[in-house]
Design a protein around this ligand. Sequence first.
Ligand code: MLC
Ligand code: AMP
Length: 464
Amino acid sequence: MLLGSATTEGPAVRVGDDALDREGLESAAAAVAARIRGAGAVAVHGEASLGTVVAVVGGLLAGVPVVPVPADSGPGERRHIVRDSGAELWLGRFQEGADLPTVPVDPAERSSLTPPEPPSEAAALIMYTSGTTGRPKGAVLSRRAVAADLDALADAWAWSPDDVLVHGLPLFHVHGLVLGVLGALRAGSPLVHTVRPTPGAYAAAAGAGGTLFFGVPTVWARTARDPASARALAGARLLVSGSAPLPDTVARGLRAAAGQSPVERYGMTETLITVAARADAGRRTGWVGTALRGVETRLRGEHGEPVPDDGESVGELQVRGDTLFDGYLGPSEATAAAWTGDGWMRTGDAAVRDADGWHRIVGRMSVDLIKTGGYRVGAGEVEAALLDHPAVREAAVVGEADEDLGQRIVAYLVGEGIDPEAVAGFAAERLSRHKRPREVRVVEALPRNAMGKVRKALLGDGRG
Ligand code: MLC
Ligand code: AMP
């Protein structure tokens, strides 16, 4: 069974002030399953609520692929996801742009429906994720891939029903939803979701018995800057960081205040988590660990040549194994381009690997995929939204180094009479919050090469 069969006593899932025990969750989810059975796919409003958990579990019980939709996506992005995915129903509160019949989700509802377990090759989730250009694409993740990943992580981290998982990450991405909700259900460990991932909320949950804590580096950076909250995590069994690089200063800050730093793990929407530091291994900040059980990794140079495992030579990280997605929805070219001719998935991340099989991620192969607060944002999608503004003639979007967010989205614009505030407001109507530029800089011209391509390395903190 994808969701495991462990029965925990007391609340199995808490989101803010709302909680359900395992039986209540399954029975509320069964009520959702009864309403959606037979649908081709369902979209779930991904707000941080118990209803979202019930809706997702309902989809999985019914064997209907679930399409999590970012809670703050504007109508345009929402419409794209709903149409592109072929979702037939909208689960949760009605939102503009979700032009589908709405199915209400009520955590207090009960049903005894027990549908048969769907085949393991069936799609569990369709997760929308950004590429360097174009609109987000739907990555299809099978039940088998999700189960394999969660079991491999449970093995790496000795994750058991004795743990209480705590996090406050968004419920529409791999980190918060697959690891953070399905992982807890499969491992049988209660989940405490803090709604927002603030240091204070994590500290309070530690005081209430939390043992295992998930965060993106921004969360750990904020915790390191809040020593009282960090101290409260001293008794936690394991802190885990992922989705973006963990700065050494943050790891050191946490070690000083909490007596421990997080283990790191690495993954992508398309591959789930593929590399992780084991709980019983020593901490090596900046090193994301070894290949998970069922996963193989390799490094390849620019012309496909092997790269030595010397801990220094950089190559593209390529992966294969049980946890990979089935492909993107839509034209098959994008899926084909993601794979090498000999069957490995190109991650687009530059990495080194040492003789012990540990990996360090050193950057991305493309400047056009930005990681801000752990969110993956394609520069092209943001540029396209900005170019829709009548005053904007040219746009270049880059990620600039930011102590809090890792990278901050900055837009360089060329045009006549551009009002940066008006453009920011314009972007706000078209893009979910984390994709909007934090800063707009109006310039005379964009640096271009002889072919007319923008030289982004010359913009912002890459200048010189
Ligand atoms: C946010 N704000 C903005 C803004 N975006 N203001 C101007 N312009 C923008 N573009 C405002 C907010 O509205 C808020 O205002 C204030 O900034 C602070 O908001 P916050 O929510 O505290 O912090 P924020 O900086 O927005 O977000 C930080 C964060 C968030 C860590 C909470 O980035 C986050 O949840 N990240 C997790 C992403 C994640 O789960 N990634 C996993 C992908 S899966 P106000 O007025 O409201 O205070 C994956 C695979 C893997 O990567 O390996 O895991
Ligand atoms: P997403 O598809 O949103 O899951 O983003 C995947 C990308 O996040 C990867 O390709 C990496 O660039 C980045 N990433 C995930 N985990 C880590 C990590 N531990 N260290 C550095 N980068 C990471």
